[in-house]
Design a protein around this ligand. Structure first.
Ligand SMILES: [Zn+2]
Length: 424
């Protein structure tokens, strides 16, 4: 019989996704329609930040996914190949998580705050040449950055650095023109029709590529859709059930509150209810670090597991994974909260994704030894390819570290706990 192991937390998004998404953000900033609302005023449009902020953002995104110059499929192949080396007898199933970065520079959605819907809005039209000129400046900045960072890539142990840089530059070349984006945004209302949500190129490109892989690589991947309630229509589309129907479907919801939405903002309640009713597991980023790379990022505390306690009480059947077990916190406050929530509730999980440091791993193993229930709720994840960003660790070493620290208990993390979380 086939034995399946799970990478319960990874990402296979690509540089192309990031570049396309930032291109769309630039459009809306220049257009004066990013992020549409200033919640404190009645004005419909409010521009926040300046377009040149996108230079830094794109550099940071490149840092985050610099091993992913290829396609989603290449990333999947790489994960499979490395897992095969580590576990030759077993098959790997991966849980790739989407990310929605589009609103990270927008106004936050705070606790108890309602999201204001915008109906049938037509965008003003920006000048093609202005748009292209700004975009060129951003891409030129990224190009210089990539070329000057070759040494860092080599130090990080990235395979075939020249090829990696070449493919990144090729993607930049292919994403140079803004014409397509402008056409897409002007051709129709900003919002799509009935069963629609605000579509941006990067988000949709990655979503479609994931769905194609679910179809062509049956049984290998179980993706989670990123929900940011500020993306017009995305919550309603989730509630319509269309993301979890058919052959090409999602298997859970990924939340990244540190992008700027509070877990207890108004629209989120219907998300939890829907997930609870439909046995759809939720993964929420639960580390003080993350993206953007700073533990003092202004919305970092939105990811505090304490904010989810009322949700867990209201929806006790909801399966929720506090990803990263409250990492990047020397006081262990978040980790202690997660451990307590696991202890007190039946459907709370956590994962050890992005645990590139052996000491942290040993620390969590010791915690498991004194809290046996934790051992039944903790999952393995690589956090590929964000993991490359944190330490100089290859996937091979990452697997080896887990094997060394957990020995034969690794199977529980990589199999039984993930199956129970996913309901598989
Ligand atoms: Zn992650």
């Amino acid at each position: 019989m086939e034995n399946y192991l799970y990478d319960a937390h990874c990402h296979i998004f690509t540089l192309r996704y990031a570049i396309k998404e930032v291109k769309g953000m630039l459009h809306d900033i220049l257009n004066g329609t990013y992020p549409w609302h200033d919640p404190s005023s009645k004005s419909l449009f409010a521009v926040r930040g300046s377009w040149s902020d996108l230079k830094l953002l794109l550099r940071q995104l490149y840092e985050l996914i610099h091993a992913a110059g290829g396609s989603e499929e290449e990333n999947l192949n790489f994960l499979q190949q490395e897992a095969k080396k580590a576990f030759p007898e077993d098959h790997l199933r991966i849980i790739p998580l989407m990310m929605d970065i589009f609103f990270m520079l927008a106004y936050p959605l705070n606790k108890d705050q309602e999201f204001k819907h915008v109906d049938e809005l037509r965008t003003p039209q920006i000048d093609l040449d202005d748009y292209q000129k700004c975009w060129n400046e951003i891409l030129d900045d990224l190009t210089v950055y990539i070329q000057s960072n070759k040494a860092a890539l080599i130090a990080n142990g990235i395979n075939d650095v020249n090829k990696n840089i070449e493919s990144a530059l090729q993607i930049i070349g292919e994403e140079r023109s803004v014409e397509e984006t402008l056409k897409l945004r002007c051709g129709e209302s900003m919002l799509t029709g009935m069963d629609g949500f605000f579509r941006t190129e990067g988000y949709c490109n990655h979503l479609n590529n994931l769905m194609d892989l679910v179809k062509t690589r049956k049984g290998e991947l179980f993706p989670f859709i990123a929900i940011d309630p500020r993306r017009e229509g995305i919550v309603d589309t989730l509630l319509s059930g269309s993301f979890i129907k058919g052959d090409a479907r999602f298997y859970g919801v990924k939340l990244y509150p540190r992008m700027g939405f509070h877990p207890l903002s108004k629209p989120m309640d219907s998300v939890y209810q829907f997930c609870s009713d439909n046995n759809l597991p939720v993964i929420t980023h639960c580390g003080k670090g993350g993206f953007p790379p700073s533990t003092t990022w202004k919305y970092a505390d939105f990811g505090n597991p304490l904010h989810f306690e009322p949700v867990i009480k209201k929806y006790p059947d909801l399966k929720i994974n506090f990803a990263h077990f409250g990492s990047s916190d020397p006081t262990f406050q978040w980790a202690k909260t997660v451990a307590r929530l696991v202890e007190e509730n039946e459907n709370v999980y956590s994962d050890l994704s992005c645990y590139t440091n052996v000491r942290d791993l040993i620390n969590k193993k010791q915690l498991c030894d004194i809290r046996p229930k934790l051992k039944t709720r903790l999952m393995f994840g690589t956090d590929f390819d964000v993991m490359y960003f944190t330490d100089n660790v290859s996937l091979k070493n990452y697997y080896n570290n887990f094997k060394t620290v957990f020995y034969d208990e690794l199977e529980v993390l990589m199999k039984r706990n993930s199956e129970s979380f996913m309901g598989l």
